[in-house]
Design a protein. Structure first.
Length: 235
């Protein structure tokens, strides 16, 4: 059982599309949507949000991701009526990147607070990242592939998967790193930003140079290295 996610948007199409994208990265995570009004217009519906929260009950907690303005207020109102509000957290995160990061963290078995932090770190690089669970961090990488002393570490890893750095690998890297208390760059771009990683256009055989600073720096290097060396679970 994993943390479940609820998407609240002014648009039913946006909510469904964001959920569809996140589901590609996290097939085992339940993602429910509450987009648009009950009669199909642009807007938000308290009833739809409450219904989604009811359906999401029964997991290891719920994280709610919203888009703009009244969606946040509608979600907050729905939380007031939630049966167990302690297990329902509202993330202050961008809808698409935050949802994907949260889904990847949930897929990896992170707890409800860590899933919320993963979503928020994508947008705000929240200092609370140190509190996130690291239970889902990949195993250590090949001996000798990590270098560095003290809190700063670097690693160089060759992409072995056929498709290289496309959306799914970028989401796995960004989602996992967002839950760590570390500042990480991959080939010079922010390691917690899915879109930035995708712009690298790194194909099979490309080398990812990873640099990390902070208490979880070594874990971050091991996490990225483990994913790369395993081919992100792809051919």
């Amino acid at each position: 059982m994993t943390v479940r996610l609820v998407v609240v948007s002014h648009s039913e199409k946006i909510a469904d599309g964001a959920a569809e994208l996140a589901a590609q990265m996290a097939p085992d995570v339940v993602i429910l949507t509450a987009g648009g009004t009950a009669d199909g217009r642009i807007g938000t519906s308290l009833e739809k949000v409450m219904s989604a929260l009811d359906q999401a009950a029964g997991g290891d907690g719920v994280v709610v991701v919203t888009d703009l303005g009244s969606a946040v207020m509608t979600a907050e109102s729905a939380l007031e009526f939630a049966g167990d509000p302690a297990d329902v957290l509202l993330a202050d995160a961008p809808l698409v990147e935050g949802l994907v990061a949260a889904a990847v963290a949930a897929q990896s078995g992170a707890g409800v607070e860590a899933v919320r932090l993963a979503a928020e770190a994508v947008y705000a690089h929240a200092p609370g990242g140190a509190e996130a669970s690291t239970a889902f961090i990949a195993g250590t990488v090949t001996e000798g592939s990590v270098t560095g002393k003290g809190p700063d570490f670097t690693g160089d890893f060759e992409l072995v998967n056929q498709a290289g750095m496309h959306a799914r690998p970028a989401a796995k890297i960004a989602g996992g790193l967002a839950a760590l208390n570390a500042e990480v760059t991959v080939n010079g771009v922010d390691g917690t930003a899915m879109t930035s990683l995708m712009t690298l256009a790194a194909g099979q055989g490309s080398v990812l140079h990873v640099e990390a600073w902070g208490p979880d720096a070594e874990r971050a290097i091991n996490y990225v290295g483990g994913l790369v060396q395993a081919g992100f679970g792809e051919p």
